[in-house]
Design a protein around this ligand. Structure first.
Ligand SMILES: Cc1ncc(COP(=O)(O)O)c(C=O)c1O
Length: 412
């Protein structure tokens, strides 16, 4: 049985006069349990050729490796000038390029409002640093992105889950949460092709969210990594365009590659200055060569690249939806996302998907059980399937294996 980080650190070097457990900050309690990666490694050992539906990343074949390689050569032409400290808010040409790309989303942001971050993960962390202190509350969708939950846990804040439906966060539930939580300071939302459900918040709810946030004096963090990966329908305006106290987070992780660790925040000047000041004390700046590499990769290339990626992921989504319709037994339902990487499955409540995930690993299909995404880990009949990295024939095979496992579970 794997131990938690704290247990491992404690048992390895403890002596009567040196106890690490007594010294580590209480925020490390967020890491007390087994990591999900430990759990997944065990599952991978169960089958020779598992179909893996866990990866919330672009497909390897959609990562523009040659383009990145060529771009990195151009990036090094700025050395040694760019090898000192500097560019804390980000490489100026990259900020200009981000500002230009945001216009297509209806966002008119000055480059001075943009902070280049180490992925949107750092943007979430910075927003938490700026706004949250111990005892405050943050409102999140129920379920939501696992990484955000882990960040909020380390700040010692109360995480208030608000239910969603097929159209994202429910505004009646948000209103009730804001009424009941006087210490709520932030709404963290993924309104477009949400992780993990794939749902998208329609315009009227976005407008309502801004009204409620203003009335209760809370800031909105709009985490928007999947917006460019829209496969059908019309785009919905970002929440950022509807209100002042919105921090918008974007990333190149889903359109180029997550390993380049390049994202950005957009906020009004007063908030931007605080994000930047906190960023400077954290790690000074993004890697300056990588920022140039991303710029030279994206310029005159990214739109075409993303259009190609959309075609690939649309086909994979369609393959998954059609396989679900073909193989799933009665009583199983799922979302039909207009973009992004995820389909969210609901099974009858007699099925515990934590247990199901162990059984399905032995049958050669690995997925993320839904309880990982609920702040209270209290619902056990959902599953997140990611289709972005899985070829169509393997998607069909994986869904077939999963359906078989569900039938078997129900029969036992
Ligand atoms: C909603 C959401 N936010 C943030 C991230 C992390 O993105 P980044 O690689 O830019 O830190 C992910 C990645 O899975 C995500 O789904």
């Amino acid at each position: 049985m794997a131990t938690s980080l704290i247990d491992a650190a404690t048992t390895a070097h403890d002596t009567p006069i040196f106890s690490l457990a007594a010294r580590v900050a209480s925020r490390n309690a967020a890491f007390a349990g087994d990591s999900i990666w430990t759990e997944l490694l065990k599952q991978f050992a169960q089958h020779d050729d598992p179909v893996y539906f866990g990866d919330g990343a672009p497909a390897k074949e959609m990562m523009p490796v040659e383009r990145l390689r060529e771009a990195s050569v151009k990036a090094w032409q700025d050395a040694p000038a760019c090898l000192g400290y500097g560019e804390q808010a980000g490489f100026s040409l990259l900020r200009d390029l981000i500002a230009e790309r945001l216009i297509a989303r209806g966002m008119r942001a000055a480059p001075e409002q943009i902070l280049v971050t180490s992925g949107s993960t750092q943007g979430i962390d910075l927003a938490a640093r700026v706004f949250l202190e111990e005892g405050d509350a943050v409102i999140v969708e129920n379920p939501t992105f696992l990484g955000a939950l882990e960040i909020f846990q380390t700040y010692g804040v109360r995480i208030v889950p608000v239910d969603l439906d097929d159209s994202g966060m429910r505004m009646d539930a948000l209103e009730a949460a804001l009424r009941d939580e006087p210490r709520a300071k932030m709404i963290y939302t993924i309104p477009t092709f949400q992780n993990p459900t794939g749902s998208t918040l329609p315009l009227d709810r976005r407008v309502r969210m801004v009204e409620l946030a203003r009335a209760h004096n809370v800031v909105i963090v709009e985490d928007d990594p999947y917006c460019e990966l829209q496969y059908d329908g019309e785009p919905v305006p970002p929440i950022w365009t509807l209100g002042d106290d919105v921090i918008y987070l974007g990333t190149f992780s889903k359109t180029i590659a997550p390993g380049i660790r390049t994202g950005w925040s957009v906020a009004r000047p007063e908030i931007h200055r605080l994000l930047l000041a906190n960023r400077e004390v954290m790690d000074i700046s993004n890697d300056r060569i990588t920022m140039r590499t991303v710029y030279h990769t994206a310029v005159d290339f990214l739109d075409g690249h993303v259009a190609g990626a959309r075609d690939v992921y649309r086909s994979r989504r369609d393959a998954m939806l059609s396989a679900l319709a073909t193989y799933m037994p009665e009583g199983v339902s799922w979302t039909r996302p207009g973009g992004g990487f995820f389909v969210w499955i609901t099974v009858p409540s007699s099925i515990n998907t934590a247990r199901l995930s162990e059984q399905s690993a032995t049958r050669g299909v690995i997925f993320f059980p839904g309880h990982w995404f609920y702040p209270n880990q209290d619902r056990f009949n959902t599953i997140r399937l990611s289709y972005s990295t899985v070829p169509e024939d393997r998607i069909v095979e994986g869904v077939r294996r999963l359906a078989e496992t569900i039938r078997q579970y129900a029969a036992d």
